[in-house]
Design a protein around this ligand. Structure first.
Ligand code: CP
Length: 335
């Protein structure tokens, strides 16, 4: 990134305001914060319309015919990148998957110069993943009125389409989000997945959102919703839970590993196992956003058990990304 390019640490209020137009419609998707129940419900309902059963043909539409979506992933990804690619193609868009390792950003081109260059090629939607907080909002502040920015994972701050697909998966299994007890377990400190899920759950009326981690991996005050409970005892956190979500330790974001338990100690105290699931409700579902480290944050056989909905999360992710793409394109065409 150019040294002259100043990207501020996320201004949370600005970011949330920026994503809705003056009529309250989705203009960009930057964060779960500021999305009210009606907007989230509309996106989840729209995603349901793009789901088909296993073995049936995938749902296709021409909602994005004539539009171009560019995937700009400056961090590794399997699920998010592949599902945005498929979602855009199933909606009839042209898709550009920029190879960031051969892009001119590697030669020092500023991110805005890169965006303006691609914008000149009539890109309509930029899907952006970046390790630096604030990048999606920064781009959104500078693009033309006819361009949307979708956050595909921003540092440890935000991963809104993951949050939406997690909500959709819970709603499909539990029939509701209101009143749910949800245990999110692991490296909360560095998890954009935990933040976006917790923000969405609180908005949708979940009754008890528990963020459970070792002390060294607890979130900083103010970085998670105040309604969520921060716990360090897994047995307490899993009691009567409707949903249990395991998270990976994000070693790539941890500068100093002091205080982080080794693998055996971590699994003993914070790994989700069949034994630990006895504390949750008998019909509790097991979730993981991936990528998953079997035997560290989750017992391998539990990840493949009937209670596990991990592959459904992935399938729902395509439908959610179709929903978000079609929602922002609908807003754009009305401007
Ligand atoms: N859950 C998730 O964001 O996975 P990827 O890093 O593979 O996209």
């Amino acid at each position: 990134m150019s040294v002259t390019e100043a990207i501020d640490r996320v201004d949370l209020a600005t970011e949330a305001d920026l994503q809705l137009d003056s009529a309250g419609r989705l203009r960009h998707l930057l964060t779960m914060r500021g999305l009210d129940r009606a907007v989230i419900t509309e996106l989840l309902d729209r995603a349901e319309s793009y789901l088909s059963e296993d073995g049936e043909p995938v749902v296709r539409s021409n909602a994005l015919a004539g539009k171009t979506v560019a995937n700009l992933f400056f961090e590794p990804s399997t699920r998010t990148r592949a599902s945005f690619d498929l979602a855009a193609k199933r909606l009839g868009a042209d898709v550009l998957n920029l190879d960031v390792n051969t892009s001119s950003r590697k030669k020092g081109e500023s991110i805005l110069d890169m965006i303006y260059t691609l914008q000149a090629m009539q890109i309509d939607v930029f899907v952006v993943r970046d390790a630096q907080a604030g990048v999606p909002a920064y781009i959104a502040r500078h693009v033309s009125d006819f361009v949307s920015i979708l956050n595909a994972g921003e540092a440890d701050v935000s991963h809104p389409t993951q949050g939406l697909l997690d909500l959709l998966t819970m709603r499909r299994h539990k029939g509701r989000l209101e009143g749910l007890k949800v245990a999110i377990v692991g490296d909360i400190a560095h998890s954009r997945v935990a933040r976006s899920a917790a923000e969405g759950l609180v908005t949708m009326g979940a009754s008890d959102v528990r963020l459970i981690s070792p002390e060294a991996l607890a979130p900083q005050p103010g970085t998670v919703p105040g309604e969520a409970r921060i716990l360090h005892d897994l047995d307490q956190g899993m009691r009567d839970a409707d949903v249990v979500m395991a998270l990976r330790i994000q070693r790539e974001r941890i500068g100093n590993l002091d205080g982080i338990p080794d693998i055996d100690e971590y699994f003993a105290n914070f790994g989700i196992s069949h034994e630990r699931m006895k504390r949750a409700r008998p019909d509790a579902i097991v979730m993981h956003p991936g990528p998953m480290n079997r035997g560290i944050e989750i017992e391998s056989s539990l990840a493949d058990s009937p209670n596990s909905v991990i592959t459904e999360q992935v399938r729902n992710g395509v439908a959610v990304r179709m929903a978000v793409l079609s929602a922002v394109i609908g807003t754009m065409s009305r401007r």
